[in-house]
Design a protein around this ligand. Structure first.
Ligand SMILES: Nc1nc2c(ncn2[C@@H]2O[C@H](COP(=O)(O)OP(=O)(O)OP(=O)(O)O)[C@@H](O)[C@H]2O)c(=O)[nH]1
Ligand SMILES: [Mg+2]
Length: 127
């Protein structure tokens, strides 16, 4: 490999809008990629800070945990809630998904570019 790192954006739940046949193909692709790629340094799992984890979030979270690769969880769209609620909401998401608290959960907003420093600091540990 060259001395570079890449962000690979895997298909999200948008693929639930695909036909059943396509869903199976994409699902198999994601599974194979996550399990067979030795070049994955870190999985970054993005969820929505505003809501409790959905059934899909829980499914994906447990799947990622089973992959046994380093992972951080980013609670995105922090711009959509009051700044005073951000920390509380991230804690609540972690309490539900990861009560053992062995993964890092961080707020983020790709819209507003806030909290980028904390997120980069975490990512840099893996590259
Ligand atoms: N307010 C706000 N909107 C956001 C933020 N991040 C993404 N969005 C919006 O959310 C919508 C979905 O964003 P995508 O990046 O396509 O989400 P995705 O999870 O990759 O979707 P799929 O891959 O199709 O599952 C878009 O309209 C974005 O503009 C954010 O931090 N704040
Ligand atoms: Mg996407």
């Amino acid at each position: 490999m060259d001395e570079q790192f890449y962000f690979v954006d895997l298909p999200g739940y948008g693929f639930s809008k695909m036909s059943k046949e396509e869903q199976v193909k994409v699902g198999n692709f994601i599974e194979e990629y996550l399990q067979k790629s030795n070049a994955i340094s870190l999985i970054i799992f993005l969820i929505d800070i505003r809501h409790e984890p959905t059934a899909n979030d829980k499914l994906m979270y447990h799947y990622i945990v089973k992959c046994n690769k380093p992972c951080i969880i980013i609670a995105n769209k922090a711009d959509k809630i009051a700044i005073t609620k951000v920390e509380q909401q991230v804690n609540q998401l972690q309490n539900i998904l990861n009560p053992m608290k062995d993964y890092v959960f961080l707020p983020f907003s790709s819209e507003r570019k806030v909290y980028t420093e904390q997120v980069w600091k975490e990512i840099e540990k893996y590259i």
